[in-house]
Ligand binder design. Structure first.
Ligand SMILES: [Zn+2]
Length: 460
């Protein structure tokens, strides 16, 4: 199915035109049609004031103004005080993707090199649909209007399991001293536990309680699942952050675990440090480090979700230029849900030449969302808190991406209940849905396979 759209030529001047084209491309891919941007007679006009009802898509310039306050009316993202019949679907998706409404948050100043913030700082209007993939809903309704046909969901819950590896070596000198420092500062017993176990495994020369890769894989295999581990490549040659992981991948035999993971059906990706986001060369160096061990390492998730949030697509371009193929860093640090209001992976738009293959796979739920930032008394409460989100992914044909830190397999004193809940959740998903566990590389292949026939074409 093909739809020809003509847009107002002034758009090139008044909006971020490249991102705008990316939005049209996103609508085409995930709505499964081909959109041709034409200068000739189109099927629909967008951004023109005068044309007949049946051939125009409602346009409002308010959507392209970052200073205007928005609110949710009938599940539509509307400029304050405007009725929902004046909804501009393309403008709304543009607005969400360019993070305009996030710029209206409180506490804008960040220190310590972090650009992430708490969702409680967002306007209460934006907070109101953290757990709804409204962009996907708008795309489907919009496409139905354009072609008169509904997107039929597949009734399968696609799941992608991931583990960030933030510090597997408890015996590492730096790890022990850091725990000791935190023990003095926060007077929390769990840091004492880490110091003791760090020293113990150093003396015994064993790998200690945080080295649990094979156990994750084995437990997951029992539930017909497999997962991806994101490893920190090592220090950035430019700049490091205190909260970067204290280990690095080198030539020693213990890192055969990377190959072991891949042999067991899992995937290995890159978990770069906090300042990597602006350094293309650092991405390239990391990838080569993994390649040397025979690991393709095509996927990436940033430590602390540290994309360049002023413009995540700039970070994506740097990733893609370094040969990375997919990113899983779109998420909030304190809350589950949909930061771009979509749960659908999509091919990234890199300008009109658009030759780089790169896919964005938004992440959905992290262990810390349910354990660190929220204080649920029981697993039942935790499940209740995410049931709607899981259903949303199922209904919108998206991918449910879970992130449980590798260390949380040790879920006694140190990460109490984390691991237990994870496996409980997988059992719940297996029981209540037809599930399909996918590795990021399979998601990437799926997105590119679809992209050939469903995308934006620029006609001159
Ligand atoms: Zn991390």
């Amino acid at each position: 199915m093909t739809v020809k759209i003509k847009i107002n030529p002034d758009f090139r001047k008044i909006i971020n035109y490249d991102r705008f084209l990316g939005v049209l491309d996103f609508i085409a891919q995930t709505g499964k049609i081909k959109i041709i941007l034409t200068g000739k007679t189109p099927d629909y006009y967008y951004g023109y004031e005068q044309c007949n009802e049946s051939s125009f898509i409602f346009y409002s310039e308010l959507y392209y103004d970052k200073n205007i306050k928005f609110e949710l009316v009938d599940n539509k993202w509307m400029p304050y005080g405007i009725a929902s019949k004046y909804f501009d679907p393309i403008g709304a998706i543009y607005r969400i993707f360019i993070l305009f409404d996030e710029q209206q948050r409180k506490n804008k100043n960040n220190s310590n090199g972090f650009t992430s913030f708490l969702t409680t700082d967002l306007t209460k209007e934006r907070q109101s649909f953290k757990g709804l993939a409204l962009v996907d809903q708008w795309v489907d309704t919009f496409i139905e209007k354009l072609i008169g046909k509904k997107n039929v969901p597949q009734n399968i819950l696609k799941i992608c399991l991931t583990h960030d590896v933030d510090g597997p070596e408890i015996y590492h000198f730096y790890e022990i001293s850091k725990s000791f420092f935190k023990l003095i500062r926060f007077r929390n017993l769990k840091y004492w536990w880490q110091v003791v176990h760090g020293i113990k495994s150093k003396i015994r020369k064993d790998k200690g309680p945080f080295w649990r890769f094979i156990e994750w894989l084995e437990q997951e295999k029992k539930l017909n699942a497999c997962s991806t581990f994101f490893f920190y490549p090592g220090k950035n040659i430019y700049k490091n952050h205190f909260n970067d992981p204290p280990y690095h991948i080198d030539n020693s035999s213990k890192w055969n675990i990377l190959n072991e993971i891949e042999k067991n059906g899992g995937e290995v990706g890159i978990h770069p440090g906090i300042y990597y986001k602006k350094e293309e060369q650092a991405f390239l160096n990391s990838r080569l480090k993994f390649n040397k061990r025979g690991i393709p390492a095509l996927g990436i998730r940033h430590h602390y979700w540290e994309l360049n949030w002023a413009d995540p697509f700039e970070t994506f371009r740097k990733q893609a230029n370094s040969g990375l193929k997919y990113d899983l860093s779109i998420a909030w640090k304190d809350s589950p849900g949909f930061r771009l209001a979509t749960c659908r992976p999509f091919k990234t738009w890199f300008g009109q030449e658009n030759t780089l293959d790169h896919v964005v796979i938004p992440s959905t739920i992290m262990d810390g969302h349910l354990f660190q930032y929220a204080n649920y008394p029981t697993d039942e409460c935790r499940l209740q808190a995410i049931e709607r989100i899981i259903k949303e992914v199922f209904e919108k044909d998206g991918v449910l991406v879970l992130d449980w830190h590798e260390r949380t397999f040790e879920d006694t004193l140190i990460y109490p209940g984390y691991g237990k809940f994870y496996f409980k959740l997988l059992k719940y998903l297996n029981t209540n849905f037809d599930v399909d566990y996918l590795l990021p590389r399979e998601i990437f292949d799926g997105v590119l396979g679809n992209y050939h026939n469903h995308r934006l074409i620029l006609e001159n």
